[in-house]
Design a binder for this molecule. Structure first.
Ligand code: NAD
Ligand code: GLY
Length: 370
């Protein structure tokens, strides 16, 4: 990896924070975190898999900076984002005798980040937290922007808070131990940025996507930085998703329906669901005559070439009745007065919010989707 470290800010007034992107950042985490502390005490929250790869280096770095630290480890996987695990996590953190000046440090993927962020938002009515994302998905999306939360049986992320971290350290070196399938799932979220806002970035990904996923340092850093810059810009202008931030949910309404159908399990990772959801959004827009069919085909081709699932048949859902998927889509957080909101493309590089998706057309389209 090249040693270049890049920084950018999420401009949110007195809650602004830095995103730092580069190799071996865990080794300097103590130095980065120390100036932000109100008390020299942090609680690291991680999962057992990530801990094996990254925890000793983080602990050493905190010790070198004179920061006292405790650790709580969670089981890896989406199941950890539930009320039971959250309750136990909260009790363990509180048992360390934390104060309002204590900082939580989330070391892991989106699951650890979301649940730790929610703990930070709620324990003692709010304490600081930092994100050290270790999956590609978390580095380009979930660690930035302050969406925190947990799942309940009725649906995903239905309990949560907007609560911004004080710092994001995206250590590219951590990705070397990430399984290829998880990397590709994160890559789908990178493609999302090109599709909603930047056709040139998408074209660059068509050429360099393989290098990004092979962790070539310069392309990887450019992909992470471009993604974070776009997310930071959108979050700064619409923190609580009253406008443009909804565009970041491109592919998610279809994707969540697929995740619900596959039980939020390893059968379909979140990023894979978003990738296939983006293909469906393009295909549906083409079906409605809103986007050229060639554009939809170009998106499918790229994701397919990268090795992501791009057909319902690839995830065992060929022939699934449209009604089932629409019922899942009706539970989306963007539903208003019972109407489904979809993020749809106008072309590659431009998306818009459709507030009242025509259910007849959607049903015809989904019945024909393979
Ligand atoms: P994850 O946190 O479950 O991590 C995926 C797997 O990779 C886990 O088994 C984990 O133990 C392992 N892992 C993590 N880092 C590793 C490393 N460096 N080396 C080896 N293994 C490693 O999943 P994810 O894809 O990072 O995140 C998905 C979650 O993020 C979902 O719950 C989703 O809802 C949430 N999310 C939140 C936001 C947001 O804005 N808050 C945005 C997108 C997704
Ligand atoms: N991942 C969507 C958002 O942060 O708004």
């Amino acid at each position: 990896m090249t040693d270049e470290i890049e920084r950018l800010r999420v401009e949110l007034g007195d809650r602004a924070y830095e995103i730092v992107v580069g190799p071996r950042l865990i080794e300097s985490a103590g130095r980065e975190i120390q100036p932000l502390l109100r008390r020299r005490q942090v609680v690291i929250v991680s999962d057992e898999t990530v801990a094996r790869h990254c925890l000793p280096r983080l602990r050493d770095s905190l010790s070198e900076a004179g920061i006292a630290h405790h650790t709580v480890l969670l089981p890896p996987g989406e199941e950890t984002k539930d009320l039971d695990h959250f309750g136990r996590l909260a009790e363990k953190i509180l048992a360390f005798g934390i104060e309002r000046g204590t900082m939580l440090v989330a070391l892991g993927g989106g699951v650890v980040g979301d649940v730790t962020g929610f703990a930070a938002a709620t324990l003692l009515r709010g304490i600081d937290f930092a994100q050290i994302p270790t999956t590609l998905l978390a580095q380009v999306d979930s660690s930035v922007g302050g969406k925190t939360g947990i799942n309940i049986r009725i649906g995903k992320n239905l309990i949560g808070a907007f609560y911004q971290p004080r710092l994001v350290l995206a250590d590219m070196s951590t990705l070397m131990t990430l399984p290829r399938r998880e990397l590709l799932a994160g890559y789908a979220e990178i493609v999302k940025y090109g599709l909603i806002r930047d056709v040139e970035f998408f074209a660059w990904l068509e050429a360099e996507g393989r290098a990004v996923c092979d962790l070539a340092p310069a392309p990887l850093r450019r992909a992470v930085m471009t993604s974070c810059a776009m997310k930071a810009d959108i979050v700064a202008s619409d923190e609580r998703e009253e406008g443009d931030r909804a565009l970041l949910n491109f592919g998610h309404t279809f994707g969540h329906a697929l995740e619900t159908e596959t039980g939020f399990s390893a059968k379909l990772l979140h990023g894979e669901a978003v990738g296939l959801g983006m293909v469906l959004a393009f295909d549906f827009a083409a079906h409605m005559g809103l986007v050229a069919a060639e554009e939809a085909e170009r998106v499918r081709r790229h994701l397919n070439e990268m090795g992501l699932p791009t057909q319902l048949s690839a995830i065992g859902l060929a022939g699934i009745p449209a009604d089932r998927l629409i019922a899942h889509m009706s539970k989306d957080k963007k539903v208003r007065d019972g109407r489904i909101t979809l993020i749809l493309p106008r072309r590659i590089g431009e998306a818009f919010v459709m507030k009242d998706a025509p259910l007849g057309e959607l049903s015809d389209f989904l019945d024909g989707a393979a």
